[in-house]
Design a protein around this ligand. Structure first.
Ligand SMILES: [Zn+2]
Length: 328
């Protein structure tokens, strides 16, 4: 893992180390200091005593992944645009302020924000959702989400079992609920919905086939089953059923065999190893079926280790309690 990825992940992990109740009192001070105009990013940073990684708000040029799929997000936080003659689909925003960067990236491709018709997200965490409300307002696009993530999107992350207790982004209304196996159609786009819960209760991935220069590619926009610091999957689970959700996701992801896969963070799918700024378009630049299998395996091994750690921790706690009680 590269240094930058480690920095990004450790920032995110530190984010989650503060209990929501402590965070709530801190955020109240933060919001009062800011005044009427709510700045979710600053409030979150104050509440959790952290600074967002610079790479999360760093601009990056729009990049054609393959065919009509582009990454129009920033240096690390991906936003995916799928284009068609009938309008476009946008998957994910970044932090607050990312809408302007997405717009300038669309302009660089000769495209207009106004032609975004459908909004989606891979997970209802603020680093992928913060500007959904603004973009929806600007474009009139319909926001589709899984049932479980609808709740978090509509309350701005307030009820998130891990980093809830505060609004971490502007709440946004979901127009329609999408389910595993649904196919989202727009022009000639056919995007299959895959529910991949665990990272958030309603995390989702999206699969499609893209034909380029006579070759068909299985393409996957995947939400990897990453376990945030502070999450419990077995003992005192972060939410009821989280362990089974992760297992269901691994089962589904093991069965997929994308030729090209992209994910919510550029660092998670090796973007910067696969592509340099200004590099000429090559439909095979992101061709990486092996990397996908390895990434799924790595997350699954991490999950299994996490279950063991939690169980061993419980056994150790029980035996300590036994010693104190003299029961052994
Ligand atoms: Zn997340």
């Amino acid at each position: 893992m590269r240094q930058r990825e480690r920095q990004i992940i450790s920032h995110w992990q530190r984010t989650l180390a503060v209990p929501p109740i402590a965070a709530m009192s801190l955020v109240l001070c933060a919001t009062a200091a800011i005044g009427a105009e709510k700045n979710y990013t600053a409030a979150f940073e104050d509440a959790f005593n952290m600074t967002m990684p610079a790479a999360w708000s760093q601009k990056y040029p729009a990049t054609q992944i393959i065919g009509n799929l582009y990454d129009v997000g920033g240096y690390d936080l991906s936003s995916f645009l799928i284009t068609s003659d009938a309008g476009h689909i946008l998957i994910n925003t970044g932090l607050e302020g990312s809408a302007a960067m997405i717009e300038s990236n669309l302009k660089s491709l000769g495209l207009r924000m106004a032609d975004i018709k459908i909004l989606l997200t891979t997970q209802a965490h603020f680093d992928h959702t913060a500007d959904l409300a603004l973009i929806k307002e600007q474009t009139g696009a319909r926001l589709l989400a899984t049932e479980a993530d609808k709740l978090f999107l509509e309350d701005g992350g307030l009820s998130d079992p891990l980093i809830g207790g505060i609004e971490s982004f502007r709440p946004v209304t979901v127009d329609d609920v999408i389910r595993d196996g649904d196919v989202i159609e727009l022009g000639d786009i056919r995007l299959r919905v895959l529910e991949h819960p665990g990272h958030t209760e309603g995390s989702a991935s999206y699969a499609m086939t893209i034909t380029e220069s006579g070759n068909s590619y299985h393409v996957l926009v995947v939400n990897m089953a990453y376990i945030n610091e502070g999450v419990n999957v077995a003992i005192k689970p972060t939410y009821h059923g989280i362990g089974a959700d992760f297992e269901k996701t691994f089962e589904s992801q093991r069965e997929l065999s994308p030729d090209i896969w992209v994910s919510s963070h550029k660092s998670a799918y090796g973007f910067h190893e696969k592509h340099a700024p200004g590099q000429a378009y090559d439909p095979r630049a992101f061709y990486d079926p092996t990397g996908y299998i390895e990434a799924v395996r790595l997350h699954e091994v991490t999950f299994v280790n996490k279950v063991y750690d939690e169980l061993l921790g419980k056994i150790a706690d029980n035996s300590k309690a036994g010693e104190v009680n003299g029961t052994k």
